[in-house]
Ligand binder design. Sequence first.
Ligand SMILES: [Zn+2]
Length: 200
Amino acid sequence: MCHEFFNDSSFYHFLFQVDLDIASKVQQQPCQHCGGYLHSARYPRKPRGPRHCLTNDYDTRLSFCCAEEGCRRRTTPPSVRFLGRKVYLGVVIILITALNHGLSHQRRQRLFDQLEINPQTFYRWLRWWRETFSASRCWQSVRGLFMPPLNSIQLPGELLGRFTGCDLQQRLCQFLQLLLPLSGTSWSGYLGVAVDPQKR
Ligand SMILES: [Zn+2]
């Protein structure tokens, strides 16, 4: 069910397009510190996961630098690809941890091997959902929308199942959209971007 996500380069291309869209919306706004113009200043990333599906667009994080002398502050837009400083892509972290219970031991081990995930990393992700994410302002501000309430031990699998998207791909995109505030952004504001693979 989920291995196709680790072989579908068009899905990763779609996520890159969403990031471009988000970044262009951010660049249309002035620098949030001084009102100056924002210039492109991508910085290198080396995401792990399905490397064979990723083009070199994944070797950088979209980011901007203020053009104003004396400010030059960096503005990094939210991203549906990168989950802050985590080296694995957000979609990998969601899928591997959400489908945890649905995978046989051998199946999980094969995915770990394919994606070069070690078990310690996997358990660290589970803890991240249950401790860091569940206490985050991002989750606290939306958890009331999910009825019946979800407790932290049900994260992220139950949450993925609660999204209304018509297929796993669409639900994943809804999940990634919810995680935008945790994507390592230094920009705050309203983004009128719908992350909907049905409209690509
Ligand atoms: Zn500035």
